[in-house]
Design a protein around this ligand. Structure first.
Ligand code: SAH
Ligand code: SF4
Length: 355
């Protein structure tokens, strides 16, 4: 089998390759358009001659993601996929319906190296990075399977996007390409646990995407306990990188803060966080920690603690929201399904398909 996955290539790279085969640029554009629509093999490209399709088959392959399992929430219609990759690995994606359209949460790695204590993905170890094509395929397969157009993408599924920097940047350029899927950067969010040097690199790209930083603590003592990454990258250094990001891109950063009962949800924590974020162009997103998976016994904060915490932030001038949890009956937090593969839980309608 050829070793080059044409779906991970930029249009200009395909054009250059095609020149060597004496093929005109418009043929490359035709192929790129098919790939952007989710074509899974060259025979689907009906406006190419059979001869050309056969030539392409000898030079390139097209990777895909196969639907292994599809769960639909009985409460809010949130859809969760377990995808099997061509090498037998599994990843997850979640589709959520909002008033403004459909949003997909995609994975960027098989597993994750970062080992956050409350996270199911972190518990399952790391296998490999996803390719740009495998990230694109999650979006396209979800669109084709549900006959919908996805308008927003969040890189908040399995994996740490900035630990797979080059492939993620290539994906971002491909998915936003006007010749391709044309999903604008302003409709894309990227969530990171805070890999500082890569935040500097991303800032220099000046993408207009939304950066979400998973902070989860107002100081090093608490952050070190739950996020091993903080042992190498201090919270003040992280916030310095965030300020640089804002300065370069003029974009508001969203800080994710998982509320864990008795650990990071006190009034003192709220005041300390507020002081750290003062005068920053930012917004805090409070999420009651999801405790349905295996997360070392961390319990979600109650509503009183959430209300108190958000009240302190608001009073001290920090914009804050409490994140709506969707798909709670289908373990919509990424990493849970891959760990539970084969195990039935909760109330959902299940749809198992083998490709
Ligand atoms: N690796 C990236 C993106 C994937 S995790 C990151 O850490 O940001 C996506 C989000 O889910 C992060 O904010 C992460 O902290 C959060 N998360 C992981 N496990 C969780 C849990 N059990 N409850 C609530 N949020 C969780
Ligand atoms: Fe990795 Fe993010 Fe989970 Fe931490 S929270 S282990 S960085 S996926």
């Amino acid at each position: 089998m050829p070793s080059v996955d044409i779906k991970s290539m930029f249009l200009d790279e395909i054009i250059t390759d095609f020149e060597k085969l004496s093929l005109p640029p418009y043929k490359a554009k035709q192929v790129f358009r098919w790939l952007s629509k989710g074509a899974q093999n060259f025979d689907e490209m009906s406006d190419l001659s059979i001869e050309l399709r056969n030539t392409l088959k000898t030079k390139y392959y097209i990777s895909k993601v196969n639907i292994e399992k599809k769960l639909i929430s009985a409460y809010d219609g949130t859809i969760k996929y377990l995808f099997k990759l061509d090498d037998g690995e599994y990843i997850e994606s979640v589709i959520m319906k909002y008033h403004h359209g459909y949003s997909i949460c995609i994975s960027t790695q098989v597993g994750c190296k970062m080992g956050c204590k409350f996270c199911a993905t972190g518990k399952s170890g790391f296998s490999r990075n996803l390719t740009p094509a495998e990230m694109l395929s999650q979006v396209q397969t979800a669109e084709l399977d549900n006959n919908i157009r996805i308008s927003n993408i969040v890189l908040m599924g399995m994996g740490e996007p900035l630990d797979n920097y080059d492939n993620v940047v290539r994906f971002l350029k491909l998915v936003s390409s006007p010749d391709g899927m044309n999903i604008g950067m302003r409709h894309i969010s990227l969530s990171t646990c805070g890999i500082i040097d890569k935040i500097y690199d991303l800032a220099k790209e000046k993408f207009q995407l939304t950066l979400s930083v998973s902070l989860h603590a107002p100081n090093n003592v608490i952050r070190n306990k739950i996020m091993p990454i903080n042992n190498g990258f201090d919270i003040d250094e992280l916030l310095k990188a965030c300020r640089f990001y804002i300065e370069k891109t003029n974009r508001r950063i969203s800080f994710e803060y998982a509320m864990i009962s008795g650990l990071n949800d006190s009034t003192e924590c709220a005041l300390e966080l507020s002081k750290k974020l003062r005068s920053m162009l930012c917004h805090v997103n409070l999420i009651p920690v999801n405790s349905s998976g295996d997360n070392d016994g961390y319990k979600k904060s109650d509503w009183k603690a959430l209300e108190n915490f958000s009240g302190v932030l608001l009073k001290t001038g920090i914009p804050v929201t409490v994140r709506r949890t969707l798909g709670s009956d289908i373990n919509a937090s990424c990493g849970q399904l891959r760990r539970n593969i084969g195990q039935k839980r909760g109330r959902f309608s299940e749809n198992i398909r083998k490709n």
